[in-house]
Design a protein around this ligand. Structure first.
Ligand SMILES: NC(=O)c1ccc[n+]([C@@H]2O[C@H](COP(=O)([O-])OP(=O)(O)OC[C@H]3O[C@@H](n4cnc5c(N)ncnc54)[C@H](O)[C@@H]3O)[C@@H](O)[C@H]2O)c1
Length: 358
């Protein structure tokens, strides 16, 4: 019997989830909750789903799918995740950024833990099969001990997009960020409640003892680098490059990493993220920390971004993680927080009805 799936929030991103769950052999999409009635009608027709609801509560009062994917604008994620946990859904996933206020995200993680539900993250580059394989090789010691790590282009959206950097950094180094010291620019962006336009330079202290520089600039990568004496792994918003050994001038040499391909390449890293979720659901909640992306990972990404903003705001004070003050917050830009309809870039009904949403 396939696992039944309900999608809560079926806009641009929710439709990508619906496509994946509708075609994977292990799952069957059975219910959709979507606030926009026209969009709800056309995505129901498009995916052949009759159980259509206006919101999470209505859905969960009627059906309890095995899996609920919450693909809502940030403002609405908490209520839907907690409602799903209270309804007894065994597997709940959401996407980034998971929220704005740290205590809200704590509540989601706690509600899922108390209910015994697996709480997964979503479409993050951390779930890319090649990123996972590079991390596994670093962890195995194949490249020798990790000597350094750096974060590049941590700016303009440190919560909304920068959460990708933090999630990859923690994976590749196998370490937690334990202290954040940051400088923020421009000053008016630091004073805002949201992360739009805020550029961060600084350093992250890691639980492994390494101190990781954080650059606003590209220098020349835009992502995360982790290195050993003779190897450098570079994630630059794509399949990680691996450099191994040196040429006659002592320069690092790119190698072909010979990554294994993903089983369902058509769904990209959303597909590998979902597959990891299905695997952990089968193994049990005690394996939750093996998820390619977990709710905990999304919380850690938010927490580092919040710490960077507040360190910078207070004059580059080093802030220890976990942050004690759980009322601290950082909001993403309006599209991510409120969605396309409310922020002036709605998806048209025609696009929602078609097989290739914009
Ligand atoms: N991981 C990624 O690469 C990535 C990329 C884009 C978006 N996202 C995230 O995915 C989420 C959705 O983004 P999107 O691009 O699909 O936005 P969108 O605006 O296209 O879709 C959101 C949908 O949710 C519906 N909705 C809003 N509030 C609701 C509620 N309370 N109950 C039911 N339905 C509700 C809206 O009507 C809309 O159809 C956001 O959190 C965004 O940050 C992640």
């Amino acid at each position: 019997m396939p696992l039944t799936v309900g999608i809560i929030g079926c806009g641009r991103m929710g439709q990508l989830y619906a496509e994946a769950y509708n075609t994977l052999p292990e799952t069957e999409l059975v219910a959709i909750a979507e606030m926009n009635p026209e969009r709800l009608r056309v995505v129901g027709e498009r995916f052949g789903v009759d159980a259509l609801f206006a919101d999470a509560r209505q859905m969960l009062d009627t059906v309890t799918p095995d899996i609920v994917a919450v693909v809502l604008p940030g403002k609405y994620i908490k209520d839907a995740v907690i409602a799903a946990a209270e309804a007894g859904v065994g597997g709940i996933s959401t996407d980034k950024p998971i929220g704005a206020v740290l205590s809200d995200v704590d509540e989601m993680v706690d509600a899922c833990a108390q209910a015994g539900a697996v709480f997964a993250g979503g479409n993050l580059q951390r779930a890319m099969t090649e990123v996972q394989q590079a991390a596994a090789r670093l962890k195995s010691g194949e490249f020798g001990p990790i000597l350094g790590a750096s974060v590049h282009r941590f700016g303009s959206e440190i919560s909304g997009g920068g959460c990708q950097h933090i999630a990859v950094l923690r994976l590749l180094t196998g370490a937690e960020v334990t202290e954040v010291t940051a400088w923020g620019d421009p000053p008016e962006a630091l004073e805002q409640e949201d992360d739009e336009g805020l550029q961060i330079n600084g350093q992250f202290r890691l639980s492994s003892g390494l101190v990781c520089p954080v650059f606003t600039d590209e220098t020349p990568c835009r992502g995360v680098e982790v290195w050993t004496q003779d190897t450098l792994v570079r994630w630059d918003w794509d399949v990680p490059q691996i450099f191994r050994g040196f040429d006659a001038q002592g320069r690092r040499q790119p190698i072909d990493p010979q990554y294994e391909p993903a089983e369902y390449p058509q769904y990209g890293y959303l597909g590998t993220s979902i597959q990891s979720f299905l695997r952990i659901l089968a193994q049990g909640v005690e394996h939750e920390d093996e998820l390619f992306v977990s709710g905990h990972d999304l919380l850690k990404s938010l927490e580092v971004a919040v710490a960077a903003k507040h360190s910078a705001l207070r004059g580059s004070v080093p802030l220890s993680l976990p942050l004690e003050d759980r009322s601290l917050a950082l909001y993403p830009r309006a599209y991510r927080w409120l969605g396309g309809d409310a922020s002036g870039v709605p998806q048209s009904t025609e696009e929602a009805a078609s097989n290739s949403p914009s």
